[in-house]
Ligand binder design. Structure first.
Ligand SMILES: [Mg+2]
Length: 165
């Protein structure tokens, strides 16, 4: 886990997988709520409903008093089915990194930007969406590295781009 002390950084913390993130960490960063990406962050694209690992993590998050909402660029059917299997709020067709989707999500949580942590696997969509409105970003590695070969390639390009800044 690395924490970058740079306000211009593309993300605030980096994890291998969402299960490394605890409610205590979120709270220590001032978080009262979580916005979380779905595909390759919580689950591989081909997993229609949650598994026990995700269910237990979300349970822990909810029991700690944190609010949580899925923000996905995927379509209605996929996002609704998955979020309903967890019984949590969701936004589909979010068009990340557009600002309006994150602002909609902030309304769903009824929290300010500095009270929210955005968890996602993509620098150019998830982290950019968060940073656009001043939300802290936790970057995770794509959960399904086998199907995520294109994402891996994109990540290498992204890292090179961000290094130059
Ligand atoms: Mg994703």
């Amino acid at each position: 886990m690395t924490k970058i002390n740079n306000t211009m950084a593309a993300f605030d913390r980096n994890f291998n997988i969402f299960t490394e993130i605890t409610p205590e960490m979120i709270k220590s960063d001032g978080g009262k709520g979580i916005l979380i990406d779905l595909d390759d962050t919580l689950a591989p694209r081909n997993m229609p409903v949650c598994n026990e690992t995700v269910k237990n993590w979300v349970k822990k998050v909810k029991e700690s008093g944190l609010f949580i909402c899925i923000v996905s660029n995927n379509h209605k059917k996929r996002t609704t089915l998955y979020a309903n299997s967890l019984d949590i709020a969701f936004i589909y067709n979010a068009f990340k990194p557009m600002q309006f989707c994150v602002k909609r999500a902030m309304n769903v949580l009824n929290l300010n930007a500095d009270e929210i942590i955005f968890i996602g696997d993509q620098l150019m969509t998830d982290m950019k969406a968060a940073k656009n409105v001043g939300i802290k970003g936790y970057l995770v590695d794509p959960i399904n590295l086998k199907s995520g070969i294109m994402i891996k390639i994109k990540r290498i390009i992204e890292k090179k781009l961000y290094k130059r800044k």
